[in-house]
Design a protein around this ligand. Structure first.
Ligand SMILES: Cc1cc2nc3c(=O)[nH]c(=O)nc-3n(C[C@H](O)[C@H](O)[C@H](O)COP(=O)(O)OP(=O)(O)OC[C@H]3O[C@@H](n4cnc5c(N)ncnc54)[C@H](O)[C@@H]3O)c2cc1C
Length: 446
């Protein structure tokens, strides 16, 4: 049997955040891919905030070969130690508490500075792969493939596949889905990581990560385990903050402190500690039913679903996307199918999962409306407790335990069964199946 040599599949990744880097690692492992990665940044660095590494994030970091580059990977949980709490932000009252998971084979949920995650992923990628200072401004679909144009006037492509991993304000999404709109949520996140000694004088700081709730905003505090302390808040701010599209912008303490005047003493003291903060205007948008376009463009991570940091697991969602997209390309290539078919497989596997995530968020919004409508009206403290207890009635553990590799295996089993049945029926009807139904991955050439 002679094997027909095939051209490489040209893949361009736009964006080198956690999602783009995970895609790069996965695609570098595919021998028939010719990979290019572009980012608008002049250097790759994360803005100073913390990120949660949950059970599924660790699993993916292992698959990406990057887990042991993060020092917390060697840790093991202690089930007698508090992992996280929810408290009433006004009174400090404890509303719920969970303990660390003590799996002897895996690290517990950890909170790390985001640049460490970035650095761990970068350790798996050749240094010269990522082309920096390349801000994509225009995307063109041509019969030869997809071409991208940068602000410096240069172009790249044509690509057989362009992956939009360019974050919440994705240019690739704008090109593929021009009607999709992001809007300012009316809230900003104020975030900071400070030396723990700056809050050492504050009494009653919980030892684990803690959400301090009111009905409209919350404060998140986390004593990180390297002498640092993280504070991440939500505050209601005017449209003007949304118009500025602030992202990681430094703001003075005076802009932040007054939002938390009504909170309990512990929180007021914690909020007063940093001298300056970083502001992140929160944007969100409706769920896209499909995140693929024209058989040649796929979105992943925050570009595909602007969840605004909900669930504290956006990096893991992006890792799941990247893995499935790469597997779909490999699987269909081996069967001489089109890139369009690979993207369809990707979409069919990922979309139901995101649908589930959005329905949790919609459920929370429904809860807020329902408790606000209870008659006679509840006090603020009762509202906080009631909202939380309703939201926690159904566990969100499925999000953090979701194993996308199992989902992939099951889906492929179904594909194989379908394929075998189709083969049997064409044999019995005497019909010969065509080698490829449509245009293959790339033009098959000698
Ligand atoms: C307030 C907040 C808190 C969060 N907290 C957590 C958390 O605790 N845990 C967690 O897992 N996740 C968290 N997330 C989400 C997490 O940051 C993202 O989901 C995760 O980083 C995956 O993002 P990404 O790679 O898809 O996009 P990004 O991280 O946004 O990366 C996009 C990349 O694309 C580049 N880019 C953008 N536009 C262009 C262009 N036109 N041309 C070229 N390059 C471009 C950018 O420079 C950037 O490097 C949070 C998000 C927010 C907003």
């Amino acid at each position: 049997m002679t094997v027909t040599p095939r051209e490489k599949v040209k893949v361009g990744i736009i964006g080198a955040g956690p999602g783009g880097l995970a895609a790069a690692i996965n695609f570098l492992r595919i021998p028939f891919v010719d990979l290019s990665v572009f980012d608008q940044a002049t250097e790759l660095r994360e803005v100073g905030a913390g990120i949660s590494i949950n059970e599924n994030t660790w699993r993916h970091l292992r698959l990406l070969g990057a887990a042991d580059k993060i020092e917390q990977y060697t840790k093991r949980g202690d089930s007698s130690k508090i992992d996280g709490e929810h408290r009433n932000g006004l009174t400090g009252e404890l509303l719920s508490r969970r303990f660390q998971s003590a799996d002897p084979n895996a690290p517990p949920r950890s909170r790390i500075e985001r640049y460490k995650l970035q650095r761990a992923l970068l350790s798996q990628i050749p240094e010269d792969l990522i082309q920096l200072s390349k801000k994509v401004t225009r995307i063109q679909d041509t019969t030869q493939g997809v071409t991208v144009t940068f602000t410096d006037g240069s172009t790249a492509g044509p690509f057989d596949l362009v992956i939009g991993a360019d974050g919440i304000r994705s240019v690739v999404r704008q090109h593929a889905f021009p009607d999709h709109r992001l809007s300012y949520t009316g809230k900003v996140a104020y975030r900071v990581i400070i030396p723990a000694e700056k809050v050492a004088h504050v009494k009653n700081i919980p030892s684990g990560s803690t959400f301090w709730h009111t009905t409209k905003t919350h404060v998140y505090t986390d004593p990180l385990d390297n002498g640092l302390f993280e504070i991440a808040t939500r505050a209601i701010e005017s449209e003007e903050h949304g118009n500025k599209v602030s992202w990681g912008q430094k703001v003075p303490k005076s802009q932040v402190v007054h939002h938390y005047d009504g909170y309990c003493e512990t929180i007021r003291q914690i909020i007063a500690a940093p001298d300056e903060w970083l502001e992140f205007a929160m944007f969100g948008g409706p769920r896209l039913e499909s995140v693929i376009h024209n058989d040649r463009i796929a979105l992943l991570g925050d570009a595909s679903h602007p969840l605004s940091g909900a669930f504290g697991s956006g990096a893991a969602f992006a890792f799941e996307d990247a893995l499935i997209l790469a597997r779909a390309i490999e699987y269909t290539y081996a069967r001489n199918q089109t890139i369009g078919e690979a993207l369809k497989l990707y979409d069919e596997i990922r979309s139901p999962h995101y649908k589930g995530l959005y329905s949790v968020l919609n459920g929370h919004a429904d809860t807020a409306r329902e408790v606000a409508a209870i008659s006679p009206a509840l006090s603020e403290n009762e509202l906080i407790a009631e909202s939380l207890s309703r939201n926690f009635k159904s566990s969100n553990d499925w999000i953090y335990k979701y194993d996308v590799t199992k989902v992939w295996d099951e889906r492929i089993k179904e594909e194989e069964t379908k394929h075998n049945l189709a083969g049997m029926s064409s044999e019995s009807s005497g019909k010969k199946e065509p080698a490829t139904a449509t245009v293959p991955h790339v033009a098959v050439s000698a």
